[in-house]
Design a protein around this ligand. Structure first.
Ligand code: SAM
Length: 248
């Protein structure tokens, strides 16, 4: 973000400082990065994180033909929970996440388990960061990360360009429903660009870069207590979709 650091005191950016140094307003990839860094140490203590990852794995196993020779990328991997779950079914999983804190936790778990088929690195793939993926993958998965991505078609395009022919891009995320907006607390709202995805819209975005696209609506769901607002305390049913695209 060096290009922005010279602008802190520019009068044209006054009034935008309540969320740190982001000159573009309230939402931004660096704000997402800071927020998840803060959450990293306690991420695995939240049972919902594990429930979501387990349900995503089951759905992926149902809809994607996993093979033990697959080289997999987990984009927005967090502390690597889905990466670990996928490991018995594939050859290697590489996790990338923009929050260094998350990658630190993931790395610790890799070392503790002496895992040789898992790796991870801190990498932000959103603009204006440099794109640094060098390998082609058989499968790229991304689980509850895309709703934090501003330019979704751009990210799909980038990830699809790192798939081998015949490779799969799998997006597991919240579905756009009346309750999706209540999944995040008011405090988290600034890191969320999409309160769930409309299956048709996401499908159209994927079709721009991938040949075979299937959107599995209501692939799985979780219950989550609403944290604040009008429905605080209510137990919401949160529907999730699994989007699967294959590169020709
Ligand atoms: C809700 S968490 C999910 C983490 C993990 N997939 C899990 O299920 O526990 C979303 C993750 O996406 C990461 N993320 C958001 N924007 C990103 C970006 N532009 N590049 C890489 N990772 C990103 C965040 O740092 C965060 O760890």
């Amino acid at each position: 973000m060096s290009e922005h650091t010279g602008h802190h005191h520019s009068p044209t950016h006054m009034g935008h400082h309540h969320h740190g140094h982001h000159p573009q307003g309230c939402k931004g990839a660096n704000l997402v990065q800071h927020d998840f860094n803060d959450k990293a140490a306690k991420w695995d203590e939240n049972p919902l994180v594990h429930e979501l990852a387990n349900k995503a794995l089951e759905s992926i196993k149902t809809h994607v033909p996993l093979r033990d020779d697959m080289n997999v990328l987990d984009f927005g991997c967090g502390t690597g929970n889905l990466s670990f779950l996928l490991l018995p079914f594939v050859q290697h999983v590489h996790g990338v996440d923009s929050a260094e804190g998350m990658i630190e936790q993931f790395q610790k778990k890799i070392q503790q388990g002496a895992q040789t088929r898992l790796s991870c690195e801190a990498l932000n793939l959103s603009e204006p960061y440099p794109k640094q993926l060098s390998t082609q993958y058989d499968l790229i998965v991304s689980h509850v990360a895309f709703h934090h991505i501003e330019n979704v078609p751009g990210m799909i395009n980038l990830l699809a360009s790192h798939l081998k022919p015949g490779g799969y891009l799998v997006i597991s995320d919240l579905q756009k429903t009346p309750t999706a907006e209540e999944f995040h607390s008011k405090k988290q709202a600034d890191t969320v660009f999409h309160h769930g995805f409309d299956p048709e819209t996401l499908g159209a975005w994927m079709k721009a870069d991938l040949s075979t696209v299937e959107i599995h609506k209501d692939a799985y769901s979780v219950k989550k207590k609403v944290e604040d607002g009008q429905h605080a305390g209510m137990l919401n049913d949160v529907a999730c979709l699994l989007a699967v695209g294959r590169k020709e």
